[in-house]
Design a protein around this ligand. Structure first.
Ligand SMILES: Cc1cc2nc3c(=O)[nH]c(=O)nc-3n(C[C@H](O)[C@H](O)[C@H](O)COP(=O)(O)O)c2cc1C
Length: 274
C-alpha cells in the first residue's frame, strides 16, 4: 500500500507537495505525472503532514491520516504583526500569584497548545508533568531548598554559593523564592539521549507560556527547580521522572496578583552581521 493517495481529479501536478516535503520522498517523474512516493518513502517519512497541508487542492492524503486531523487555518483570525509585537514585548515573569486555582480544563488547554511547537524530525517526544494541586507544588519547594543548602556548602564559586544561601535565608523567613507560591507547576521532560530533546522541550514550554500570557495567566520559568531536578535524588524521586528522562524546564503558573503597565527595557541585541 502506498504511503499516500493522490486524487487525480483534483491534483494539478504543480509539484508543491514534492517541493515542500522536508525529507524529499515525493517525486513527479515528469510534468505529466502525479506525485508518487520515492523508494523507502515509508521509512523516511516523518509524518509531519506538510504534503497534505500545503496542497491548495486537497488532492493528497497520507494513507493513515484524514483531513479532519488537519483542520483549515483560520486566516481571518491570525493576529497582525503589530498585535504579535505588542504581545511579545509585553510579557513579563510573574512572581506573585492569587490563591485561585486554574481548572483542569484550562491546564489541558495550555498543554494542547504546547503540542504545536516544532520538534526535531517531528519526534514530538515532549513529556509533561503537571503539578495541578497547590499542595503538591508546595511539597517540592523544601526539596529544592535542601539542594540549595548542599550547593552552598559544596561549590567553590562564591557568587553561586551566595545566591544559594539567599534562597535558603528567604525560606527561613517564610518566603518561597523557588516556586513563588504559584498554585501550579508544569514540568517538561524527555529522553536524555534524544538529540533535540532539550530544544523540543524548551520550545514547547515557551509555546505554552506565551499562550498562557494571552489568556491573562501568569508564568515564571523555574530555573532553580530545573537545575535541582536532574541532580538531586530526593527531588527527582518526588518528580517521578521515567528512567532515562531529564527535566528540561519548568514553569510556575497561576493567576497574576498584579498587572504590568510598562514593557521591559532590554539591552541592545548582541548581533554579528555577516
Ligand atoms: C531559563 C530561565 C530560568 C529562570 N529561572 C527563574 C527562577 O528560578 N526564578 C525566578 O524568579 N525567575 C526566573 N526566571 C525569570 C527571569 O529572571 C526573567 O525572565 C528575567 O528577569 C526577565 O524578566 P521578564 O521575564 O519579566 O521580562 C528564569 C527565566 C528563564 C528564561
Amino acid at each position: 500500500m502506498s504511503i499516500f493517495n493522490v486524487d487525480q481529479e483534483s491534483c494539478k501536478r504543480d509539484g508543491i507537495c514534492a517541493k515542500e516535503c522536508p525529507v524529499g520522498i515525493i517525486e513527479l517523474l515528469d510534468k505529466d505525472s502525479f506525485p508518487s512516493p520515492m523508494e523507502r518513502a515509508e521509512e523516511n517519512c516523518i509524518q509531519c503532514g506538510h504534503c497534505m497541508a500545503v496542497c491548495p487542492h486537497g488532492a493528497l492524503t497520507l494513507t493513515n491520516r484524514s483531513f479532519e486531523e488537519f483542520p483549515l487555518v483560520k486566516r481571518d483570525l491570525l493576529p497582525s504583526s503589530e498585535v504579535v509585537k505588542n504581545f511579545l514585548t509585553s510579557r513579563r515573569s510573574i512572581r506573585r500569584y492569587k490563591k485561585n486555582v486554574m481548572s483542569h480544563e484550562l491546564l489541558e488547554d495550555l498543554i494542547d497548545i504546547g503540542r504545536y511547537a516544532p520538534t526535531g524530525s517531528n519526534k514530538q517526544q515532549v513529556y509533561w508533568t503537571v503539578f495541578e494541586k497547590p499542595s503538591e507544588v508546595r511539597r517540592l519547594v523544601p526539596l529544592v531548598i535542601d539542594w540549595a543548602e548542599l550547593m552552598a556548602q559544596k561549590i567553590p564559586d562564591q557568587a553561586i554559593a551566595q545566591r544559594m544561601k539567599s534562597l535558603v535565608l528567604a525560606w527561613d523567613r517564610g518566603e518561597d523564592a523557588i516556586l513563588r507560591g504559584a498554585p501550579h507547576l508544569i514540568v517538561v521532560h524527555s529522553q536524555g539521549d534524544l538529540p533535540s530533546a532539550h530544544a523540543d522541550c524548551v520550545i514547547s514550554l515557551t509555546y505554552l507560556e506565551l499562550y498562557a500570557a494571552s489568556k491573562g495567566l501568569g508564568t515564571c520559568w523555574a530555573g532553580y527547580f530545573t537545575a535541582a531536578a536532574n541532580v538531586f535524588p530526593p527531588l527527582r524521586e518526588a518528580l517521578g521522572l521515567p528512567e532515562g528522562h531529564r527535566c528540561f524546564g519548568a514553569v510556575m503558573l497561576g493567576y497574576p496578583q498584579y498587572k504590568y503597565y510598562r514593557r521591559p527595557k532590554r539591552n541592545a541585541p548582541l548581533v554579528t552581521w555577516r
